[in-house]
Design a protein around this ligand. Structure first.
Ligand code: FEO
Ligand code: CA
Ligand code: CA
Ligand code: CA
Length: 582
């Protein structure tokens, strides 16, 4: 009876079952085709992919990077567009013939660096309605771990940003571990630096202060970059990691433009950047910090958006105020109120006495500042998405095995209601008065993922989770123009024990008003589904299949046969040309 009463009118497709197959499955009446895979040529003169693992850094620097992640669609004409997409990381078991079991040469380190960053390429739609890549097109670009960039905002030029190679503290090289993304109304792409710590190592013993250690910096690095490129050696260049962990703004239309790191948005392990323009004209960017027990942030621009003068909007992300969220609730309640706490030097005890010399230090050590002001520890905030009506916002809290564990200082409660949370949940909030610049909000949990067949209590999941649509570890999310909430998973794909019946990572679609959730797609073996964007008409959706076959799991996606598995962007359409999801 409940199901009938909540039957969604927004969701028009037939759910697909959970899957453990090595394919990408979409509902009846839908078509899914690969657009581009790791190693496909993008720049003029780049060679075709060669699966031997023997291609050099120059080849990789002209090809699509690895581990496709967040992406955005930029229209150029009806049947012509740009895709800007992150290449989050790379899997040495496939990048190199020796599978990473040998010490890397200098060119192998450079090849690894070139497999990271951002890819920008033109696509065109043919007479059959298929979007296809235009290799060598004039706007195509690869941004890598060594592309020259500019630091802007309060931390630019600070002592903590200066290095032996850059005495200005304003000219960093490269971006890497670019997880998810954002898109501004003035036509730029935002790429978000997440697990930057893993690329640094140390040739000597390290003795880092707590505020540095909190970002995970260690002596050892499995990527080995520091062994061939001393920029990544913490013993020699301790300030280099301060130049990463930022939101980077890129003009995708100009392949000669210099990407800008926006330090006013804080330094942490950024997931995505959900941009909205409030009714009062201020640009608000919601930001997750994906680590167990870290926080949820928002940035409010100082200046306001001018829709009639896009050039004047170009540096709106240079100045503004960063806030971090505190969620309040009655004991055991799954909803409550919350407040945004300002991270401005001299306010909220962010003072010299408490270890913050200036605003640059508040931004560089944003995590420590968040703790100082009393932010809520969260179950790994991943993507944030703003509903197209502007009234509500969702954030995936993907999972957190440390929640409620002795000594971890992450108490159970509020939007993080389960100890040893292996399933994840989606928190939703409504800015007070519909004003994204307000410091007050009301929140609930839109869904609690779980397993109703083997779990107990909250581990069964919320009432909109059942044996047919269950999943774990929601990560990528995005609303389409009609308000459907698309949910992608990066979870345990063992299909066993507490994950039995969930199968491979997948994509779901939810109706926010009824709460109904249906499984829309399932991915191949050992992949994560991450990254989504739509063509303007919403009759094509682009979906990322990341690292199929990771850790040498038996995948041959997408080419099949005995081929090497490759991260791939899939293009999804309907046979009847209709709106995706409707
Ligand atoms: Fe790159 Fe938090 O996922
Ligand atoms: Ca993610
Ligand atoms: Ca994840
Ligand atoms: Ca991933």
């Amino acid at each position: 009876a409940v199901a009938a009463a909540t039957q969604s009118t927004l969701l028009g497709f037939k759910q697909v079952p959970a899957s453990t197959a090595d394919t990408f499955v979409v509902p009846e009446g839908y078509i899914a085709e690969p657009l581009i895979s790791w190693g496909d040529p993008i720049l003029q003169g780049a060679p075709a992919f060669d699966e031997s693992g023997m291609q050099d850094s120059a080849a990789q620097a002209g090809q699509f990077g690895d581990n496709t992640d967040g992406m955005s669609f930029f229209p150029l004409a009806d049947d012509h567009a740009l895709i800007a997409v992150n290449n989050e990381y790379t899997n040495y078991e496939y990048l190199f013939a020796h599978q990473g079991k040998q010490t890397l040469s200098a060119d192998e380190v450079k090849k690894s660096q070139a497999a990271h960053g951002v890819s920008i390429f033109e696509i065109k739609r043919n007479a059959k309605g298929q979007w296809q890549v235009e290799p060598g097109a004039k706007r195509n670009r690869r941004i890598t771990a060594y592309t020259p960039m500019e630091l802007t905002g309060p931390a630019a030029g600070h002592e903590l940003m200066k290095t032996a190679a850059d005495s200005s503290g304003r000219k960093p090289l490269g971006t890497f571990n670019n997880c998810a993304n954002g898109q501004t109304p003035w036509g730029t792409y935002l790429t978000c630096e997440e697990n930057f710590h893993g690329y640094f190592g140390a040739s000597g013993a390290l003795d880092l202060p707590a505020r540095e250690k909190r970002y995970g910096l260690k002596e050892k690095s499995s990527y080995q970059w520091f062994t061939q490129d001393e920029r990544f050696d913490l013993s020699k260049h301790p300030n280099e990691p301060h130049r990463f962990g930022w939101i980077v703004e890129i003009d995708p239309m100009d392949p000669t433009s210099t990407p800008k790191k926006r330090t006013a948005l804080g330094r942490f392990k950024h997931e995505n950047a959900a941009v909205t323009v409030d009714n009062n004209g201020h640009v608000v960017v919601y930001l997750g910090d994906d680590e167990r027990g870290e926080h949820l942030y928002k940035f409010v621009s100082k200046n306001t958006y001018n829709p009639d003068n896009q050039a004047a909007n170009r540096d709106l992300l240079e100045q503004g105020t960063l806030y971090v969220a505190r969620f309040n609730a009655e004991d055991g309640a799954l909803k409550g109120q919350g407040e945004w706490l300002e991270l401005t030097h001299g306010k909220n005890s962010l003072t010299q006495e408490n270890g913050f010399a200036d605003q640059a230090e508040v931004m560089i050590f944003a995590r420590e500042a968040a703790t100082q002001v009393g932010a809520t520890t969260m179950d790994r905030p991943e993507w944030v998405a703003v509903h197209p009506n502007g009234k509500s916002v969702c954030c995936t809290l993907t999972n957190n095995k440390n929640r409620g564990v002795e000594g971890k200082n992450q108490p159970v409660g509020g939007p993080n209601p389960r100890a040893k949370n292996n399933y994840g949940q989606i928190v939703r909030w409504w800015p007070r008065g519909g004003d994204h610049t307000s410091t007050a909000f009301d929140w609930d949990l839109f869904l609690i993922a779980g397993n109703p067949t083997v779990g107990e209590g909250l581990y069964k999941g919320s009432s909109n989770i059942n044996a047919d649509n269950m999943f774990n570890s929601p990560d990528g999310i995005g609303f389409d123009a009609d308000g459907r909430l698309w949910i992608q998973t990066d979870g345990n794909y063992s299909n066993e024990g507490e994950f039995a019946g969930m199968g491979n990572n997948q994509m779901l679609c939810a109706d926010p008003s009824t709460g109904e959730i249906r499984r829309f797609a399932t991915g191949p073996i050992a992949c994560e589904i991450t990254g989504l964007t739509f063509a303007l008409d919403h009759r094509t959706m682009f979906v990322g299949v990341q690292h199929p076959g990771e850790d040498l799991a038996p995948s041959h996606f997408p080419a099949g046969g005995n081929s090497k598995p490759r991260s791939t962007i899939m293009v999804v359409r309907r046979q009847d040309g209709g709106i995706i999801g409707a």
